[in-house]
Design a protein around this ligand. Structure first.
Ligand code: ZN
Length: 92
């Protein structure tokens, strides 16, 4: 009786160990792959236009001036204090 339980339990434990091993392996491989991803290329200076937009943080009052933005679409407001900053001045 004890022998039969052991005969079933041992391969089951081995199977569980293999499954856990592969789960950990895949998890580690995913982390390593994230580090191996190449850095994004520098933006093309010819595709950047000059802008002058001032944004203010509605939470703490900090202000930033955006001086360049990618050509083709309006720049997104930067975030500060986990909130989108508000556009204060737009001059072109
Ligand atoms: Zn802020």
């Amino acid at each position: 009786m004890l022998l039969t339980i052991g005969a079933i339990w041992l391969p089951l434990r081995a199977l569980i160990a293999v499954v856990i091993f592969f789960a950990l392996y895949l998890f580690a491989a995913k982390i390593v792959r994230a580090f191996l991803r190449p850095m994004p290329e520098d933006p093309d200076p010819e595709k950047v236009r000059v802008v002058s937009e001032r944004f203010r943080c509605s939470i703490c009052g900090a202000e930033v001036t955006m001086t360049a933005a990618p050509e083709g679409f309006d720049p997104e407001a930067p975030r500060h204090c986990r909130e989108d900053m508000l556009l204060v001045v737009e001059a072109e």
